[in-house]
Write a protein that binds this ligand. Structure first.
Ligand code: CP
Ligand code: NVA
Length: 317
């Protein structure tokens, strides 16, 4: 058996709650597969390993990219995707997650869930007998980060030894970028205002993982320090979904954390500007930077499709 075939066997039937579920080799395999599936699609090659299968997409929060890329990706792989808004299923009326998981497992070949507390994803995975994919929780956003590292790999030709600076809220994006960077040997520097640092447990876990790959994980309050000589600068909204009522307080706390023309001068001249989107121009990023020549935001958004196709093919195939 080749290494790729072995990895394929390893991934079949697994869940993806966060990237720490996977080895460095398994993540690299998924990134390579995503690039291969992108090439196939651009060449007009039909590839339908999931013919006759169905994935359910549970959404407790809004979405543009995640919903559309999972639905389109499933269709392109020959599968059917069911959009299950919390408001339309019994989960929204109090049916418990464990019953929901067991019922859905009798119909579906995979479940994606976008939710608030990460424990909801864990509970779903615990009780479902089909693969469960985290489509964003308050703690983690691994699907986005697969697409992000795919984008950096495509743009820079490598990942190991590069530096990614993340400026802003120590949220789900910061966490998954740290874990993914640690797994892939990418140095990650996070600059957040006091009180908005990433979760200390996730930082500790990332540093533990990074010992094997040589990645350096830095947490600071200085955006300038984080951005210094960076190959990629990443930011995200100041108030994530579920935290909207804190918008005003956060605007004050984050006012010195905008990625603007002045800050990016500290990075390498060929730095990539990255954002998971949706973005707020004039808050976490200036319009000049997000719409400027270093911005790869639409490549990231596109790669959600290819990365999740790789994921669905690997887990549900
Ligand atoms: N980046 C991302 O997950 O976007 P959506 O919220 O539109 O799915
Ligand atoms: N941190 C953001 C990411 C959106 C894709 C949120 O959770 O709202």
């Amino acid at each position: 058996m080749t290494q790729a075939e072995q990895l394929q066997v390893n991934l079949k039937g697994r869940d993806l709650l966060e990237l720490d579920d996977y080895t460095t080799e398994e993540i690299q395999y998924l990134l390579d597969l995503a690039i291969e599936l992108k090439r196939k699609q651009k060449n007009g090659e039909v590839y339908q390993p999931l013919k006759g299968k169905t994935i359910g997409l549970i959404f407790e929060k809004s979405s543009t990219r995640t919903r559309v890329s999972f639905e389109v990706g499933a269709f392109q792989l020959g599968a059917h995707a069911l959009f299950l808004s919390k408001n339309d299923i019994q989960l929204g009326r109090g049916e418990i997650i464990s019953d929901t998981a067991q019922v859905l497992s009798r119909y579906l070949d995979g479940i994606m869930i976008r939710t608030f507390g990460h424990h909801n994803v864990e509970d779903l995975a615990k009780y479902a007998s089909v693969p469960v994919i985290n489509g964003l929780s308050d703690l983690a956003h691994p699907c986005q980060v697969l697409a992000d590292y795919q984008t950096i790999l495509e743009q820079k030709g490598k990942l190991k030894g590069l530096k990614l600076a993340y400026i802003g809220d120590g949220n789900n994006m910061a966490h998954s970028l740290m874990i993914g960077g640690a797994k892939l040997g990418v140095h990650v520097s996070i600059a957040s205002p006091e009180g908005y640092e990433p979760d200390a447990e996730v930082v500790k876990q990332s540093r533990e993982i990074a010992k094997a790959t040589g990645a350096e994980i830095v947490v600071t309050h200085s955006p300038q320090e984080a951005v210094k000589d960076a190959d990629a600068i990443y930011t995200d909204v100041w108030a994530s979904m579920g935290f909207e009522e804190e918008q005003k307080i956060r605007e004050a706390a984050f006012k010195d954390y905008q990625v603007d023309e002045e800050l990016v001068k500290h990075a390498k001249s060929d730095y990539l500007f990255m954002h998971c989107l949706p973005a707020h121009r004039g808050e976490e990023v200036s319009a000049g930077v997000i719409d400027g020549k270093n911005s790869v935001i639409f490549d990231q958004a596109e790669n959600r499709l290819h990365a999740q196709k790789a994921l669905m093919a690997a887990l549900m195939g």
